[in-house]
Design a protein around this ligand. Structure first.
Ligand code: SF4
Length: 144
C-alpha cells in the first residue's frame, strides 16, 4: 500500500479542503503554466456555471489559485492557475525586464482592451511603438 504526503498549499493543508476543491486543484495543477479556462474546469467537475463560479471564488479567497481575465472564442472569461506557479512566472518576468515600463500598466483603456475589440493589443500603436523602441535598444546593445 502506498501513501503520499502532500505539502501545504498556500498555507493550507489538503485536509482543510473539500473533495470538490481537491479535485479542482488537481485539474488546475495538471494544466501547469497553460492554466485552464474557468468553464473547462466546471465541465470537468460536472458543475454548472454558478457552482463553478463559487468554487473558483473559494479557491481564490484561500490563496490557492490565481484568476486572470482571458478571451475564449470571442467571449470574456477567466483562466485559472495554481497560485505558486504564477508567482514563479512573475519572478521570471521581473528578472528579464522592468514590467512596469509596459504602457498597458498605465493605460486608461486597459479594462476595455482585448483581442478583437476596439482597443486591441495586436493593433495598438502605443504598444507597437514601445515594442519597436525596445527592439531597437536591444539590437543596439547587442551590436556594441
Ligand atoms: S494594448 Fe494599447 S490600448 Fe491596450 S492596454 Fe496596452 S496600451 Fe492600452
Amino acid at each position: 500500500m502506498a501513501a503520499t504526503i502532500e505539502p501545504p498549499l498556500g498555507g493550507e493543508q489538503r485536509s482543510d479542503l473539500s473533495e470538490i476543491e481537491r479535485r479542482a486543484l488537481d485539474i488546475i495543477r495538471s494544466r501547469g503554466e497553460e492554466g485552464i479556462y474557468q468553464h473547462e474546469l466546471w465541465k470537468s467537475l460536472g458543475l454548472d456555471s454558478r457552482e463553478g463560479s463559487r468554487l473558483a471564488l473559494r479557491l481564490l479567497k484561500k490563496g490557492l489559485i490565481i484568476r486572470e481575465p482571458a478571451v475564449h472564442n470571442g467571449r470574456r472569461t477567466y483562466k485559472l492557475f495554481i497560485a505558486q506557479q504564477k508567482r514563479e512566472k512573475a519572478r521570471l518576468s521581473v528578472s528579464i525586464g522592468s514590467a512596469i515600463e509596459i504602457p498597458c500598466f498605465s493605460c486608461k483603456n486597459l479594462e476595455r482592451c482585448h483581442l478583437g475589440g476596439f482597443f486591441d493589443p495586436t493593433t495598438c500603436p502605443i504598444l507597437r511603438n514601445w515594442l519597436n523602441a525596445k527592439i531597437k535598444m536591444i539590437k543596439q546593445a547587442m551590436s556594441d
